[in-house]
Design a protein around this ligand. Sequence first.
Ligand code: ATP
Ligand code: FE
Length: 333
Amino acid sequence: TYILAIESSCDDTACAILENDSVLSNVVASQKIHEQYGGVVPELASRAHQSNIIPVVDEALKQAKIDKSQLSAIAFTKGPGLMGSLLVGTSFAKSLALSLNIPLLDVHHMHGHILAHFIDDGQEKPDYPFLALTISGGHTQIVQVNSSSDLIVLGTTQDDAVGEAFDKSGKILGLGYPAGPQIDRLAQLGNPRKFDFPVPKAPGLNYSFSGFKTAVLYFLQRETKKNQDFVKENLEDICASIQYTLIKILFKKLEKAVAQTGIKQVAIGGGVSANSGIRKHLKSMESKGWKTFIPPFEYTTDNAAMIGIAGYFKFLENDFAGLDTTASPRIHM
Ligand code: ATP
Ligand code: FE
């Protein structure tokens, strides 16, 4: 089975070709235009997708050495995401499926981030059921994964996502967008116990991050008043302390979820799972009897291979979408 997958939910235009669960090509065109605005501008994202999509799809087919006529189905991200961005991928996928007369597979973006673990990469795969901590620019969720189509959200953020906590804290520190990877890099050089940041309260297995970024802002305002060069002199320690606290927040609820469900297989997914501190901390939980799963780096931030593998599972279940399927910016799991 050959599946062509398209991902266009935010600011990356991506296309991948899969042969069953193996990735033959995985092309991502990241949109640089947003950096100067310190965040994604939806109108510009949509326009960039329009100019990127045909070259990205052509490149993916070329790298995979596959002709369109060999394709078995087209998978695409239905949502959630930005309406204008999703529309480009959705319309393109629909017309391609129609013109090739092959089935269409609509994929939930977060299912993609989770099911990316099943891409054949020589690593051991989780068994069902397992817990997935999905941490990205728009989501922070603990999901119980019973099968490729039975995913239950046990907890979610009530406000900001952890990726936003990274990015907004970084913005306050004067780091460029997205700040997550830079905080990660600087944190490796700093002392994580140097500064104390609060752990916001949230009920059950839910999260809250909006108070965190405010605490960072007030802390820095207070310290800068005393010493103008505070940020410059302590940047690495500040980043290490921010990252340390965010990891503490994430794992407090994750440990609670493991205790509640008795499920000790734990996977992480989404852009923030690229974070080296989070990866290291998850791995260290194996000493408590957890079995942990960390996706290859290239399948953490947005990509189409993850949409392809999620689509492949739908293909095996004959779970096809009709041509009346629509882009759904706010779709739930
Ligand atoms: P969603 O998947 O919720 O729709 P998204 O697709 O925009 O959101 P992703 O591409 O999955 O998000 O992840 C982007 C986020 O990952 C950004 O907030 C970015 O800062 C963060 N990120 C990427 N690498 C790292 C890292 N090494 N450390 C911390 N954060 C990181
Ligand atoms: Fe994403």
